[in-house]
Design a binder for this molecule. Structure first.
Ligand SMILES: [Mn+2]
Length: 256
C-alpha cells in the first residue's frame, strides 16, 4: 500500500479531481490523444487527475514506430513523463487496467516511472478522501477475488492485422451499441459494491463517490444507496466518453 496527502486545494473548498479512462492509446482509431489534450487543458482547474485504467492498449497497439510490446511499453512510460510534465504540479494518479496492467509493464513502471515527480501508479485502486477509483475489470470479471490486487498477468501478444480490422472495424462499433445492455450502469455498479463489501469491507466506510471505467459506457451521479457512481466511458469508435469530476473534503490518499 502506498499513501500520501494532496497539497492544499487550489481554491478554497474541497479538493477537485478529474478522471478519464480507457483511452486505449496506441490502438487503431483511438481518440485518446484528444481526451488527454482536454485533461491537460483542465489540469489547472483541478487538484488531481486520475488515469483510470486501459490508458494504453498493448494488445492492439499498431503504431508503425512500435514494432513490438516492449517498444510500446517504453513509449507508454515516455508518454506518462510528457503528460506529467505538461500538467505539473497537478498530481497524476494512474490506476492500471486489463490492457495495461501486465507484470512486465509494472516492472518497467517501477524502474522508469519513479523519476516522474507528480506521478503515482497503482496496480488496482486508489482512494482519495471520499472518492474511490478503480478500473472495474477486477470486480466485474473476477468477483471471487479481491478487487484491490491485480494478478501478474502475462505480457499480451500483439494481434495481427486481419484480427485488428475485424475487431476494431466490425466487432467494436457493434459492442458500443451493446455496452449499456451488456453492462447496465446500475447493475454493474451494484456488482462492484457487492464485491468490495465481500473482499474489501475496510475501504468502503470512507467512500462517497465510486469512479470506474472498463465498460465503455459513461454515466455520472448514479445513486447507489447513499453513494454516487461515475463512469468515464471510452474515446473509441462507437463508444462515448466523459471526463468525471469529483470533489472530496479530505485530501489523504492511499492505494495499491
Ligand atoms: Mn478495461
Amino acid at each position: 500500500m502506498i499513501a500520501g496527502h494532496l497539497a492544499a486545494p487550489r481554491r478554497a473548498g474541497p479538493w477537485v479531481g478529474l478522471a478519464v479512462s480507457d483511452l486505449h492509446l496506441f490502438r487503431y482509431r483511438s481518440r485518446g490523444e484528444a481526451v488527454a489534450r482536454q485533461a491537460r487543458e483542465r489540469a489547472g482547474s483541478c487538484d488531481f487527475l486520475v488515469l483510470n485504467g486501459d490508458i494504453f492498449d498493448f494488445r492492439w497497439a499498431d503504431r508503425p514506430d512500435l514494432p513490438d510490446v516492449p517498444a510500446a511499453e517504453a513509449a507508454a512510460v515516455a508518454w506518462l513523463a510528457e503528460f506529467g510534465a505538461a500538467v505539473a504540479p497537478t498530481l497524476v494518479l494512474y490506476v492500471l487496467g486489463n490492457h495495461d496492467g501486465h507484470a512486465e509493464f509494472r516492472h518497467r513502471l517501477a524502474r522508469e516511472a519513479a523519476g516522474i515527480p507528480n506521478l503515482r501508479w497503482f496496480q488496482a485502486f486508489v482512494r482519495v478522501g471520499s472518492a474511490l477509483f478503480l478500473h472495474g475489470d477486477l470486480p466485474l470479471t473476477f468477483p471471487r477475488r479481491t478487487p484491490l490486487e491485480r494478478p501478474p498477468g502475462r505480457r499480451p501478444w500483439r494481434r495481427g492485422k486481419a484480427m485488428r480490422l475485424w475487431n476494431m472495424g466490425i466487432v467494436y462499433p457493434f459492442f458500443g451499441v451493446l455496452a449499456p445492455l451488456v453492462f447496465p450502469a446500475a447493475h454493474a455498479s451494484r456488482r462492484v459494491f457487492q464485491v468490495l463489501r465481500r473482499h474489501a469491507p475496510g475501504v468502503l466506510p470512507r467512500v462517497r463517490d465510486l469512479c470506474y471505467g472498463h465498460i465503455h459506457h459513461p454515466f455520472a451521479d448514479l445513486a447507489v444507496g447513499k453513494r454516487r457512481v461515475h463512469n468515464s466511458g471510452a474515446p473509441l469508435p462507437g463508444f462515448r466518453w466523459k471526463m468525471v469530476r469529483v470533489e472530496t473534503a479530505a485530501g489523504d490518499w492511499e492505494g495499491w
